[in-house]
Every structure is written in C-alpha cells, then in structure tokens.
Design a protein around this ligand. Sequence first.
Ligand code: CO8
Length: 243
Amino acid sequence: MKFKSPPVNSLSLDFITELCISLEKLENNRECRGVILTSAVPNIFSSGLDITEMCGKSMEHYAEFWRAVQEMWLRLYGSNMVTVAAVNGSSPAGGCLIALSCDYRIMVQNPKFIIGLNEAQLGIVAPFWFKDTFVNTVGHRVAERSLQLGSLHSASEAHKFGLVDELVPEEKLQEKAAAIMAQWLALPDHARQLTKSMMRKAVLDRLVAHREEDIQNFVNFISKESIQKSLRMYMEMLKKKKS
Ligand code: CO8
C-alpha cells in the first residue's frame, strides 16, 4: 500500500478513512496475508496527523476525527496480517505511530529522514496508546526520554535503539521489504496471529475499554485556547521555515 497524498501525506480525516477502508478490505480478503506500507511521496513517509483537522474546527469535528485516528490504530496494531513499514522518508508523530504499529520497520538510511513521537514539541501530549505502542517497541526508559523531549531521531539513531529494525539504501528498500515479508509469511498464520495477539491484546483492549473517554479527553484538550494557540504557532513556524 503506497501513501500518496502530497505534499506530505498528512493524515487528514479523508486519508485516515480511506486507509481504514483499504485495511478492512485486505483483512477480509483471504488471499491477502500481509501488507507493506510505504509512501509514493518523495522523502516523506507521513507527516503525522493533519494539524488543520485539529485547528479551528467544531467539537463534533474533533470527536469524529479522533474516532477515525483510534480506528486506524486499532485496525493496524490489531491486524491479523503481517504488516511491514517500508519507511522511505520522514515520519513524525502520527506517521511514526503507523510505523510503530506494524510488525517490522525498515527505514531508508538517509541522514535527512527523521522519525519519532514529537507531540511535546507541539505543546500537545501523545495519548496513552501512542505511548504504549512506543514502549512496547523500544522499552520504557528510551520511550520516556524520547516522549518528554518530543525527539525526532535520525534514521541511524532510531535504528540504534530499536525504533526501526533495519536500515537500507533507498534502492534496496522494496527488495528488503519483500524478503522480510516472505520470512514472516513462511510461518503458519494461526500460530503467528495468536502470538501477535498475545503480545498486543492488553494494549488494544485498554483503548477499546476507554474509547469514549479518550475521545472526550482529546476534544477537551484540543479545544482549549492555549492548545489551539500552540498549534497555530507551530503551523506558522512550518510555513516560516519554508520562506
Ligand atoms: N499537518 C498539516 N499540514 C502539514 C503537516 C501536518 N502534519 N506537516 C506539514 N504540513 C504542511 C506545511 O505546513 C506546508 O504547507 P504549505 O505548503 O501550505 O506551507 C506543507 O505541508 C509542506 O511542509 P514542509 O514545507 O514543512 O515540507 P518539508 O518537506 O520541508 O518537511 C516535514 C516535511 C518534516 C514532514 C515537516 O513538514 C514537518 O515537520 N511537519 C510537521 C510534522 C508534525 O509535527 N506532525 C505532528 C502532527 S500531530 C500528530 O501526528 C499526533 C498528534 C496526537 C494528538 C494528541 C492530542 C491530545
């Protein structure tokens, strides 16, 4: 599956809805046992949640948007398929969450590409299930430091502490992703799926049990004037950086 929503594959409500529908179709297709997620936009895997969906909109919109973000994560993290992220560009925040939700991450070795959960830099807080997914991948201490600092890591740094499993030159990415997929698909599906579920169930169940509360928390938090101001300033900063 190739993300293609230029300029930066930001996760708008439309993008997320389409991603969920595509994942559901693949999940229900008995012929499909695995999916490789990558990007068709040069130098960007995904820039994370579309900030314009979280700025200057109604409470109803924030709730609808957040439910869609939850759905995307529940589908991906809980997928029965083998999921491989072929990270061929920068992948901050929600983009990093997509990669973290896969079974295996391969990133292009390019010093310009960054990855991490940088929410704190925007003045917002990564929700508990972003944090849980991160902790399950890199361990508590690394996650604690990286989350508090809102760090965006270079590909090689991310590889050092296990945020990505492997680094490859750009031209080898597809070949490597296909080889990893073949390796994972060589196992009997039922054993692999039950093992995956055993590893991830507690974290998935936690969001399912607190889904409405989590939406309410998000809506209350994001609609605060101070948070709206931080997000507006961040968007301004992105635009200024350009000029
Ligand atoms: N949302 C909306 N627009 C974006 C986003 C985004 N996430 N990222 C970039 N854009 C826009 C830019 O504003 C710019 O717009 P314009 O052309 O109108 O000026 C355009 O996309 C291109 O961006 P850049 O010029 O910055 O492109 P570069 O190739 O130079 O850089 C990057 C690409 C590295 C991806 C850079 O754009 C960047 O760092 N973006 C911000 C990434 C980010 O911080 N995302 C965090 C989103 S929040 C999230 O995902 C989780 C939130 C959890 C919520 C919890 C609340 C309780």
